[in-house]
Design a protein around this ligand. Structure first.
Ligand code: KIV
Length: 273
């Protein structure tokens, strides 16, 4: 890595993320929802930690991201913020707390920033949420956009398949990305869209574009940490690279513990007072 890389930086900021795009250094982003995981992810040197509303799925066991509440997101975010010393922490504003009402959007964003200590918020959508985005930005809160497969709209889409394959949806996505940039968003996430479209978006806007299932020609990548670690075994989309099989590691540890308790092997003398 060059001497100008982000590796030596004490705290990642929106300014540093922009510089990374400008010089072509890829941005790394992962989700985290609790103190212990966030500490490891931060110590590993990640650039952005997303307290995603995917917490609704991987932490709470809901089928979609819709049920998670603002209070629950703030709880997760404040746990993450307490663990992090280097990464930039972004928090998803949950479904129902920003769409269609810019005053409520501003109130939700301010609650997240004030009560969790996070550094930015993320919203799903383009032109239809412009008023909320502008209002939040006017309070000095950095906003990350999210286009393509936006999971809060899953009941509108009816499927988790690749978005914007047709030219009309692709054109709208490109226009939405430009609009979010014009409004003042500091970055945009693109989820599950054709790599060629993601490349076009990343070339058409000057702010960083982070992809998940959007190919390699964007400015950075994001994954859900439980998927990367192989804790969520049943979720294996094509875009996911699984870096570990923690489900097996954990299963071995738990079954060995149970066996040792049952057989009275644990605790032994050296593990007792
Ligand atoms: O909630 C989340 O984890 C996300 C990522 C998939 C980008 O929005």
């Amino acid at each position: 890595m060059s001497v100008h890389s982000s590796a030596n930086i004490k705290r990642i900021t929106t300014h540093i993320l922009q510089e990374m795009k400008n010089r072509g250094e890829k941005i790394s982003m992962l989700t985290a929802y609790d103190f212990s995981m966030a500490k490891i992810v931060d110590d590993a040197g990640i650039d952005i930690i997303l307290v995603g509303d995917s917490a609704s799925n991987v932490m709470a066991g809901h089928e979609t991201t819709l049920p998670i509440t603002l209070d629950q997101m703030i709880y997760h975010a404040s746990s993450v913020v307490r663990a992090v010393s280097r990464a930039f922490v972004v928090v998803d504003i949950p479904f129902g707390s920003y769409q269609g009402n810019s005053s409520e959007a501003l109130r939700s964003a301010i609650r997240i920033m004030k009560e969790s200590g996070a550094h930015a918020i993320k919203v799903e959508g383009g032109a239809e949420i412009k008023e909320s985005v502008v209002r939040i930005l006017s309070a000095g809160v950095p906003v990350m956009g999210h286009l393509g497969l936006t999971p809060q709209s899953i009941y509108k889409f009816g499927t988790y398949s690749v978005r914007a394959k047709e030219s009309a949806e692709a054109q709208k996505l490109l226009e939405d990305a430009k609009l979010l940039e014009e409004c003042g968003c500091f970055a945009i996430v693109l989820e599950k869209i054709p790599a060629s479209l993601a490349k076009k978006v990343a070339e058409s806007v000057s702010i960083p574009v982070i992809g998940i299932g959007a190919g390699g020609d964007v400015d950075g990548q994001v994954l859900v940490v439980h998927d990367l670690l192989g804790i969520t075994q049943e979720f294996k989309p094509r875009f996911l690279r699984q870096y570990a099989d923690l489900q097996s590691v954990m299963m071995d540890a738990f079954t060995n513990y149970i066996k040792d308790v049952k057989s009275r092997d644990f605790p032994n003398e050296s593990e007792s007072y």
